[in-house]
Write a protein that binds this ligand. Structure first.
Ligand SMILES: NC(=O)C1=CN([C@@H]2O[C@H](COP(=O)(O)OP(=O)(O)OC[C@H]3O[C@@H](n4cnc5c(N)ncnc54)[C@H](OP(=O)(O)O)[C@@H]3O)[C@@H](O)[C@H]2O)C=CC1
Ligand SMILES: O=C(O)C1=N[C@H](C(=O)O)C[C@H](O)C1
Length: 268
């Protein structure tokens, strides 16, 4: 296949580095550009330097030039940065893989609108294992649809800025949909004080932040006399990066549309 030229946004971030490594090792992918915010200390340095490899691509601070040089931009930054890059990608007719989490409703609507002009994969978790768990949750929720309280528990590193994680929220959405509920109406984000007894139809979220936890998610179905826990634990960020390369490949040759990793993995 013709190699896919990718531009990596947030190149010096935790995911940016992992994406550069994954792109470097992928025979179908060429690292066309790597960029970050102006003022970031790594601007001008080789994109592989932090990984001990020579990529031949310097980290730039001109998002437009970087995206223009690529077929597809892969973005794991922050919502405000992603939306700026999306606007550039839309203007230039480039595909985009969005891993950033923490968007509000307006941000999600902007992504859906841009996907009418360019192809976009937007997913809170690119790992194959997590996407398999989404399917397992659907099955579990349909079986455990009466008498089981649903709680989503997630743990991440101390540097994470959004909560609950995008993955935890998607897990809640998957379970809510399978139970014919609307997450907006039934979600409880943390508890404190005299809360009263738990309401049966609610879906609770608990967030832990600490140290270097890459990302753990558990969905608990708690009944009277038994509990079922479905857990995924990340030991490395590489599965997210490898999933992103699959997403970039999936978008090659598509002209527009909004997709997620369930589409990329053929799980719909
Ligand atoms: N979908 C998935 O599979 C996964 C999603 N994520 C998500 O990816 C995102 C990034 O995570 P992570 O790599 O850990 O974060 P980091 O903070 O390590 O990296 C973010 C990068 O984006 C840059 N950045 C921050 N704000 C902006 C902005 N406004 N415009 C442009 N660039 C910006 C940062 O630069 P600076 O250092 O100057 O701030 C940094 O280089 C998060 O939303 C996280 O939840 C993470 C892992 C997997
Ligand atoms: O910030 C992270 O690290 C992660 N963010 C994503 C999320 O919010 O779900 C995916 C993964 O859990 C790691």
């Amino acid at each position: 296949m013709t190699p896919i030229r990718v531009a990596i946004a947030g190149a010096s971030g935790r995911m940016g580095r992992m994406l550069i490594e994954a792109a470097h090792k992928d025979e179908d992918i060429v690292l066309a550009a790597a960029f970050d915010r102006p003022g970031t200390p790594f601007i001008g340095r080789d994109a592989g330097e932090m990984l001990g490899i020579v990529s031949g691509v310097a980290i730039g601070d001109d998002a437009s030039a970087a995206i223009a040089a690529a077929d597809c931009v892969i973005d794991f930054t922050r919502p405000e940065g992603t939306l700026e890059h999306l606007e550039i990608a839309r203007g230039l007719g480039k595909a985009m893989v969005i891993g950033t989490t923490g968007f509000d409703a307006a941000g999600k609507a902007a992504i859906a609108a841009a996907a009418q002009s360019v192809p976009v994969v937007f997913a809170p978790n690119m790992a194959v294992g997590v996407n398999a768990v989404f399917r397992l949750l659907e099955v579990a929720a349909k079986i455990l649809n009466d008498g089981y309280d649903v709680e989503v528990i997630e743990a991440h590193h101390r540097f994470k800025v959004d909560a609950p994680s995008g993955t935890a929220l998607r897990m809640g959405e998957v379970v809510a949909k399978a139970l014919d509920r609307d997450l907006e109406d039934c979600a409880i984000y943390g508890r404190e004080g005299v809360t009263g007894e738990r309401k049966a139809e609610t879906i609770g979220f608990s967030t832990i932040r600490g140290g270097d936890v890459v990302g753990d998610h558990t969905v608990l179905f708690a009944g009277i006399g038994e509990r079922i826990e479905i857990t995924h634990k990340s030991g490395s960020r590489m599965p997210y990066a490898l999933g992103s390369m699959r997403a970039a490949r999936f978008l090659a040759g598509r002209s527009s549309g909004l997709f997620d990793m369930q589409d990329v993995l053929g799980l719909r």
